[in-house]
Design a protein around this ligand. Structure first.
Ligand SMILES: NC(=O)c1ccc[n+]([C@@H]2O[C@H](COP(=O)([O-])OP(=O)(O)OC[C@H]3O[C@@H](n4cnc5c(N)ncnc54)[C@H](OP(=O)(O)O)[C@@H]3O)[C@@H](O)[C@H]2O)c1
Length: 316
């Protein structure tokens, strides 16, 4: 498994990241009903075991529970674990001190003195300017509480602005975390992917399985129905599932050649691009193992191009 440097000269991390939005989240993901702390502990242990102990979380996931669970699980292992977490630029946070305070709380929940990556969750600038925010983050790099600075859901223009401020402090912008999968390819047409390449910023691809759709288990004929907020998502309706059938069918066909699952092929399509790290959300050890198997091999150029072609309708 080839590791990846975040940004120009940031920390070296695993080529697949494990997403933990569902860890403690009852609002969208139904935590506590279909899965709970035991399944998540097993998922955490599987990630350590198979060598993808790199987790993405946020202070808002499960209102802090995601970070708390990670903290508890990390406490029980001696292996190195890398954490990317996020700061919410909420309206009541108006001074640089609030960045420092939010990070202090995250570190307490995680029970660690520092994190690999600290990201701004959304580009809200109504109450704190990017100037203040980016400088506060650069201060934290200097203090040693974060190894690298990232943003999330930033446009190409917002990335450039953030990079410019950080560069003055000698802290390059390491990542932009955005939605990216075979069924969400807008970053290829709205300038984000090009800007990331030009600036040397790594893309962390969130919802890389289109919230489970690209695993191929939700089909028109299967009895599997999605839990939580996805029930109301038209992509999971009969019509929505019919529309994605050509993509799923090609994922299966390619997967059979390599003895890989559709999820592994879909994630490999991202990994193969280089400088793109999928953050695959997982609730079980089995899902972690499966998603880890997306790295360490390569689709051929022809297969990559076939998938690119079949998923073109999702570029806009
Ligand atoms: N920055 C942001 O604004 C933002 C927004 C969204 C997400 N994120 C990050 O990105 C991560 C991933 O995104 P996501 O959770 O929205 O979507 P995702 O990774 O595309 O899908 C995750 C879901 O797919 C199913 N799944 C995962 N692996 C599977 C496998 N191997 N086989 C079968 N099913 C599998 C699981 O749900 P079921 O088993 O229930 O189907 C899982 O909860 C989040 O956890 C979070 O860290 C960030």
């Amino acid at each position: 498994m080839e590791n990846i440097t975040l940004g120009q000269n940031g920390p070296v991390v695993k080529p697949v990241c494990i997403g933990t939005w569902a860890w403690g989240d009852k609002l969208f993901w139904n935590y506590g009903n279909e899965y709970g702390p035991q399944e998540l502990q097993a998922a955490f242990e599987a990630a350590v075991e198979v060598g993808v102990a790199f987790f993405d979380t946020a202070e808002v996931y499960g209102f802090g529970v995601s970070e708390q669970l990670l903290g508890q699980f990390m406490h029980k292992t001696t292996q190195q674990v890398q954490i990317a977490t996020k700061y919410g630029p909420f309206p009541w946070r108006i001074t640089a001190q609030s960045v420092s305070d939010a990070l202090t709380e995250s570190l307490k929940r995680l029970q660690v003195p520092k994190v690999t990556l600290y990201q701004v969750h959304w580009p809200f600038t109504f109450f704190m300017s990017q100037e203040t925010l980016m400088n506060a983050l650069a201060d934290e790099v200097e203090r040693g509480r974060i190894e690298a600075v990232g943003v999330s859901n930033y446009s190409a223009e917002q990335m450039r602005a953030a990079q410019k401020i950080l560069t003055c402090r000698g802290v390059p912008l390491a990542v932009n975390q955005v939605r990216y999968s075979l069924l969400d390819r807008q970053i290829e047409t709205n300038g984000i992917l090009d800007a990331a390449r030009e600036l040397g910023v790594t893309i962390l691809a969130y919802s890389p399985l289109a919230q489970g759709l690209l695993s191929g288990k939700y089909t028109v004929n299967s009895s599997q129905t999605p839990s939580g907020g996805r029930k109301w998502d038209p992509r999971f309706s009969k019509q929505g599932l019919q529309k994605i059938e050509p993509v799923i069918s090609l994922l299966r066909q390619i997967g059979e050649k390599y003895d890989r699952t559709p999820a592994q092929v879909a994630l490999n399509w991202l990994v193969t691009q280089g400088n793109v790290i999928p953050i695959a959300g997982a609730k079980t050890a089995q899902q972690v193992r499966d998603n880890a198997g997306a790295a360490g091999w390569r689709l051929s150029d022809e297969e990559w191009a076939e998938l690119e072609k079949v998923s073109r309708p999702w570029r806009i």
